[in-house]
Design a protein around this ligand. Structure first.
Ligand SMILES: CCCCCCCC(=O)SCCNC(=O)CCNC(=O)[C@H](O)C(C)(C)COP(=O)(O)OP(=O)(O)OC[C@H]1O[C@@H](n2cnc3c(N)ncnc32)[C@H](O)[C@@H]1OP(=O)(O)O
Length: 218
């Protein structure tokens, strides 16, 4: 284990950690949104898969549109400000219960690195069975944010993110992404990660510079 990784252990508790930058303090949703929130989010993903992959009769499309509009109307009165909704804060759910994030599951989260597993879904497809190229930086960026947090760095934002696409990334195939802090230099945290298939073949690798926010920086 490198000296820097060792130094990162437990730093999440250092005084003032949550006061850095102008970024609000968001807490994890205590109950992952209740017993049915995970169901709702997964049903929404299945719906997204269906919506982008069906070629249905006009009457079926009309009914689906009406039902989708009715569902949106049911939820609309319950909007809350950022930081209060379970979506994105439900640590026990795939993708933290966010519809933006890849619905992956974190199975390692500590100062030595973060590992997450999951599949790219049909609605993530770019073409010819491969994940859209834009969805990979999303996966990497979210992982880099988690790695920064797990290492105990103060709130940081991505200054740059570089992804090398080594091989086609297939949809509906179990994959793993794993990364760690390589180096810390003042406000700068340098991170690398690899996206691999079940055999360990590297499909993409990425690196990023995360910069600790200064007081007041959003
Ligand atoms: C838990 C919640 C956190 C979740 C985080 C998830 C990750 C994200 O997706 S964040 C969203 C995407 N990122 C953003 O929107 C960031 C937008 N950019 C910014 O806000 C600012 O540029 C910010 C805050 C990163 C840096 O601004 P600022 O504090 O003015 O930095 P600045 O003084 O220019 O640079 C500081 C150092 O970093 C270097 N640096 C800055 N940007 C880069 C870059 N792109 N490449 C290389 N070096 C850079 C500078 O050269 C400087 O180096 P040195 O100190 O050696 O001279």
């Amino acid at each position: 284990m490198s000296e820097q990784v060792e130094r990162g252990r437990g730093r999440g508790d250092v005084d003032g950690y949550e006061k850095h930058g102008g970024f609000p303090v968001y807490r994890a949703a205590e109950d992952d949104g209740g017993p049915d929130f995970g169901r709702l989010i997964e049903a929404m993903r299945v719906l997204q898969d269906a919506a982008v992959s069906v070629s249905a009769p006009a009457d079926v499309v009309r009914q689906a549109a009406e039902q989708a509009e009715a569902l949106a109307a049911l939820l609309e009165p319950h909007r809350v400000p950022e930081g209060q909704q379970p979506g994105g804060r439900s640590m026990g759910l795939p993708g933290r219960g966010s519809l933006l994030m890849l619905p992956w599951t974190v199975d390692k989260f500590d100062a030595t690195g973060v590992r997450s597993t999951g599949v790219f879904r049909r609605f993530h497809m770019g073409g010819n069975g491969a994940a859209h190229g834009g969805t990979l930086p999303l996966l990497f960026d979210d992982l880099f944010g988690m790695i920064t947090h797990a290492y105990g760095r103060p709130i940081s934002r991505t200054a740059y993110l570089h992804v090398n696409y080594r091989k086609i990334t297939p949809i509906d195939t179990p994959l793993v992404i794993e990364g760690q802090v390589d180096r810390v230099d003042g406000r700068k945290t340098f991170i690398t990660a690899k996206l691999m298939d079940a055999e360990g073949t590297v499909l993409a690798d990425g690196e990023a510079l995360m910069l600790v926010l200064l007081p007041g920086q959003p």
